[in-house]
Design a binder for this molecule. Structure first.
Ligand SMILES: Nc1ncnc2c1ncn2[C@@H]1O[C@H](COP(=O)(O)OP(=O)(O)OP(=O)(O)O)[C@@H](O)[C@H]1O
Ligand SMILES: [Mg+2]
Length: 423
């Protein structure tokens, strides 16, 4: 990349866009070197928002080297697409698979970018104000996502163009954003995740049920809506909508993934990287960035919930934090993408439950509890026992939603894991 990329931030207080810094990439023969620096104008204005309090603390005159993602700073990697968005960019722009992350970053466009960051080649922020499709277009949107996934020609040319122009959200499954305008004029932004043809079960329904289940157990899950779109003559497609926590009152909210907080790559190519994926370490990082103790205990509860339901796709890009301007502090985001594996009951999670251990067991859950803010083993053990009770009863509220084979599988898994995890 010959020219620098400028990074913009939508100010958490006024909503105005400002240039927060610039990113430079120098390509070497085998690897690239990247660095980020806060803009002198940003620092001179006295802004106090760091875009990544772990890797990019606010410091004048500091050129921060980017040690991961082949020279892309973690916070910018969070604003990049993953498998789904990258595949769209490769198709739309003829980008070779495996191109440098910075190409995907720029081509993904700012219109639907995760969090409150945007990028561009100009010093002054210029953010394309593309409006998201309306909720009323949900069926067309889902049919178009399916057409893209199956490499079919457009069914709805304008929506196809919109989807190919906004592939910046992460994750592997097809997705898009719709906006719902409420009676009072406020807008809700929903992440749309339809079923896929090859799915072994109704995954949107399962994800919805797990979100309700987590809430019933007292956890803080992103609100979801499940619906079947389309009509009988064409096709009916199960679809999940998840309320976007990085949008509120027409603004973008500053976010950061757990991967960034853990200084770990996701997806990871090496064991050294996956060794950094850890719940107790994430709890410590939450403390370090000033999140309250409730967030560490909520994280502990999510770890236990994932263990009980068998969600072993709990990787560090499936956890995040969000900047809360009213209290001027970072908070754990609501939980999202919590879906049990439908293969054999997982014996391990993706992230470590205690130092060096991923196994789903009472021992590993209770090994590192001080890091989650518990005062001692007894307090954590009592918390765990009560939580397991709430998770057990929470299932009663959602079992009826699930299709019979999935409900039976989850019932068996629940009882087995409760036995495993109870004292
Ligand atoms: N409710 C939400 N609000 C804001 N951002 C979200 C929300 N849910 C997901 N995201 C963002 O979108 C990304 C992709 O979403 P999600 O994890 O649900 O997709 P996926 O394709 O199922 O992912 P995976 O590849 O982990 O299976 C997340 O990593 C996160 O950055
Ligand atoms: Mg995910």
């Amino acid at each position: 990349m010959a020219q620098p990329l400028y990074v913009y931030l939508q100010r958490p207080d006024t909503g105005e866009w400002v240039t927060v810094g610039r990113y430079l990439l120098t390509k070497g023969s085998s690897e690239s070197m990247g660095s980020f620096r806060y803009a002198p104008s940003y620092l001179a204005a006295g802004h106090t928002w760091s875009i990544d309090p772990i890797n990019l603390p606010l410091m004048a005159e500091m050129e921060f080297a980017a040690p991961r993602y082949d020279g892309l700073p973690d916070a910018l990697r969070d604003a990049c697409p993953d498998a789904w968005g990258k595949a769209l960019i490769e198709r739309a722009y003829g980008v070779p698979s495996g191109a440098h992350e910075s190409r995907y970053l720029l081509l993904a466009g700012n219109a639907d970018r995760w969090g409150a960051l945007a990028v561009g080649v100009h010093k002054k922020p210029s953010i394309a104000a593309l409006s998201a499709p309306r909720l009323a277009q949900l069926t067309d949107l889902v049919l178009e996502l399916h057409a893209i996934a199956q490499r079919q020609p457009p069914k709805h040319a304008a929506l196809r163009k919109r989807l190919l122009g906004t592939p910046s959200l992460g994750g592997a499954r097809p997705k898009a954003t719709v906006v719902e305008t409420l009676a009072n004029g406020e807008q809700n932004f929903w992440l749309v995740k339809p079923a896929l043809l090859g799915d072994a079960a109704d995954i949107p329904k399962l994800e919805h049920a797990c979100s309700l289940w987590a809430s019933a157990a007292g956890l803080f899950a992103a609100p979801t809506v499940y619906e079947v779109v389309g009509d009988k003559e064409t096709s009916q497609i199960s679809t999940l909508r998840v309320l976007r926590f990085d949008r509120a009152a027409g603004r973008r909210l500053l976010t950061l993934s757990a991967a960034s907080l853990l200084q770990a790559e996701y997806p990871a190519a090496t064991k050294e990287q996956t060794a950094r994926w850890s719940y107790p370490r994430l709890a410590e990082e939450l403390k370090r960035i000033g999140a309250p103790i409730e967030d560490r205990q909520e994280l502990f509860a999510r770890m236990v919930f994932n263990a009980v339901i068998g969600n072993d796709d709990d990787h560090p890009r499936n956890h995040a934090v969000i900047w809360q301007q009213t209290h001027k502090r970072w908070r754990l985001s609501p939980s999202f993408d919590v879906v049990p594996s439908l293969d054999d009951t997982p014996k391990q999670l993706s992230m470590q439950l205690c130092l060096g251990r991923r196994d789903i067991s009472r021992e590993s859950i209770l090994m590192d509890v001080l890091r989650f803010g518990f005062v001692n083993q007894t307090e954590a053990s009592d918390f765990l026992n009560r939580l397991l009770g709430r998770i057990e009863h929470g299932f009663d509220e959602v079992r009826g939603l699930l299709d019979a084979p999935v409900s039976a599988l989850m019932e068996t898994r629940l009882q087995r894991n409760l036995t495993l995890l109870r004292a």
